[in-house]
Design a protein around this ligand. Structure first.
Ligand SMILES: [Zn+2]
Length: 82
């Protein structure tokens, strides 16, 4: 049986914008927990749903300026005991 794992990722910023240059509180960007299987490639993970059910329209990305975690994802992950 495959071990589930999760990654904290953010929705990709719009092209040409950066979280560095914009107010993250205003944009509402948060880290969401993407639950994936060990065999899922990074490309697969990009288009999976987050634990809270959110889907990233342009795929998930990494932004080190965003540190706030989605509370619904946090709760879902806790339930999964991951
Ligand atoms: Zn979430």
């Amino acid at each position: 049986m495959e071990t589930p794992r999760h990654e904290w990722l953010t929705t990709n910023p719009r092209p040409g914008t950066s979280a560095l240059l914009s107010n993250t509180a205003q944009t509402g960007w948060k880290m969401h927990a993407i639950v994936a299987k060990e065999s899922d490639s990074p490309e697969d993970v990009r288009f999976l749903s987050a634990a809270c059910g959110l889907r990233a329209r342009h795929g998930w990305g990494v932004d080190f300026h965003i540190t706030e975690k989605c509370t619904r994802c946090t709760a879902a992950i806790a339930k999964l005991k991951m």
